[in-house]
Write a protein that binds this ligand. Structure first.
Ligand code: SF4
Length: 454
């Protein structure tokens, strides 16, 4: 998922359209935007599908204004369907507001149960709707920031929320800073984005990252900052660097391409392979493959071609769709791999589906050996923070050791990047969340604890 907010910039719907398009890799199930028009009315359009499918010219021109928020959706199995599309938009006596979020609140069931017992009714499974119930104001004269702070104090987990009123934008990041959220500037206006790659596309200049636990308020007075917690820590999701983010994004001062290239270099030093060429799995593993190639001296070759018009395998919502996705989206280049010993560099092994099919494809195209090198540690635990890595039962490396996994995917050898090198690749930072690799979850897990202890 990703969020994008704009304050004080003309043609807001066009800016949101291009910015959301840039972040399409973070979710392909649906998207939406809410904009405030010149009379202070909020207008929304959202739908299932890609940004280019959901938004036509008439939608963009019908929603012009200077303040707006947008969202692209990718979900787990329990939060699909039109009701969960964001931004959500609410009428309330204290003023209309719209919300969008990225991440996952791990105590949402506890909070929802409490609210339902008090009479709240929910339309969706979205954490944005939960926040909407928690920030409703009893006193219309009380500044909304107080109810936002009180609401966020009750929430545990990973979240980046954008809350928009007709004249103000609030951007909130959880106290662990699991997912990125950055501020950019265009002339006198501001944008807030889940990834900095959107800034280049829409012509914004990077200002700064929003800190863990920070709530940034943007209105006609400019930018103000407050914190909802005294206990803020940095637990940036390692998978943002490894898989999720675009290579041209910077996450907390570290460029994603530079991170992946360094992880590839370290992967070679930890797990060298005797082969003829290095091939990366497009797109997220190409930088790591380049790093592996540079460190090894073996040529980097484009042995796999991606059909760019098929969605990311990992994000497809069901196993059968994922399997079809792999077949449709990658093709081996026979003239490059035929008769060669190939080092295949990939970013991670989740269910093993993609690795098995790609190794098979390379062999069918004539590769004499396929040595798989993974630029992250073995993924042995599910994520509860908004990254749909899979359930414990589905994770290949939770069910079998590396030797058996190597046989299962049909490779000649298989090796993973160490935990230490994963950290060192991010300019030596030691403060990332690596829970899907080591099971050390930075937060209490509430009802999800059953999914770890199965
Ligand atoms: S558990 Fe894994 S995917 Fe989830 S936030 Fe932590 S590092 Fe990211």
């Amino acid at each position: 998922m990703s969020v994008l907010g704009v304050y004080g910039i003309e043609h807001v719907s066009s800016i949101l359209y291009y910015g959301l398009h840039t972040m399409q890799h973070r979710g392909q199930e649906g998207c939406g935007m809410v904009c405030v028009d010149a009379d202070g009315n909020m207008k929304r359009h959202r739908g299932i599908g890609l940004v280019s499918e959901v938004f036509k010219e008439q939608h963009i021109s019908a929603m012009d204004g200077k303040i707006g928020i947008g969202h692209v959706l990718y979900t787990g199995a329990d939060a699909r369907g039109v009701d969960n599309l964001q931004p959500l938009y609410f009428h309330h006596g204290s003023g209309d507001f719209a919300l969008a979020h990225n991440g996952n609140v791990v105590n949402s069931k506890v909070l929802t149960d409490i609210l339902e017992r008090k009479g709240s009714l929910f339309h969706s499974h979205s954490d944005a709707e939960l926040l909407a119930h928690l920030i409703k104001k009893d006193d219309p004269d009380e500044p909304r920031i107080f109810s936002i702070i009180e609401a966020l104090k009750q929430m545990e987990g990973a979240f980046a929320f954008l809350i928009m009123t007709k004249n103000r934008l609030y951007a909130c990041r959880d106290k662990y800073g699991f997912h990125p959220l950055s501020i950019g500037k265009i002339d006198d206006g501001y944008v807030v984005s889940s990834e900095t790659c959107a800034f280049d596309t829409i012509g914004a200049e990077f200002v700064r990252d929003i800190a863990p636990g920070e709530i940034v308020t943007i209105d006609k007075k400019g930018i103000r900052s407050s914190f909802y917690s005294d206990d803020c820590r940095c637990k940036m999701c390692a998978m943002e660097y490894i898989y999720f983010a675009r290579p041209d994004s910077d996450i907390e001062g570290c460029n994603v391409h530079a991170y992946r290239k360094e992880s590839g270099r370290r992967l070679f030093h930890e797990a060298p392979a005797d082969a003829d060429i290095v091939v990366g799995v497009p797109d997220s593993s190409l930088s790591a493959a380049q790093g592996y190639s540079e460190a090894s001296g073996m040529p980097y070759e484009m042995g796999l071609i991606k059909n760019k018009y098929v969605g990311r395998t990992f994000i497809q919502p069901s196993q059968s769709l994922r399997e079809k996705g792999v077949r449709m989206k990658l093709s081996p280049v026979r003239s490059i791999v035929n008769g060669k010993r190939v080092v295949l560099v990939d970013d991670s092994i989740v269910r093993g589906t993609t690795s098995r099919r790609i190794v098979g494809m390379l062999r069918e195209a004539g590769a004499t050996e396929v040595h798989v090198r993974i630029a992250s540690p073995t993924m042995t635990h599910p994520c509860f923070y908004g990254v749909d890595t899979s359930t414990l039962e589905e994770l290949m490396l939770a069910r079998m050791n590396i030797e058996d996994a190597c046989k299962a995917i049909g490779a000649d050898s298989l090796a993973f990047l160490s935990y230490e090198a994963t950290l060192k690749s991010a300019s030596g930072r030691s403060d990332m969340c690596l829970a899907c690799f080591d099971g050390k979850y930075p937060t209490p897990l509430y009802e999800h604890i059953e999914d770890v202890n199965k």
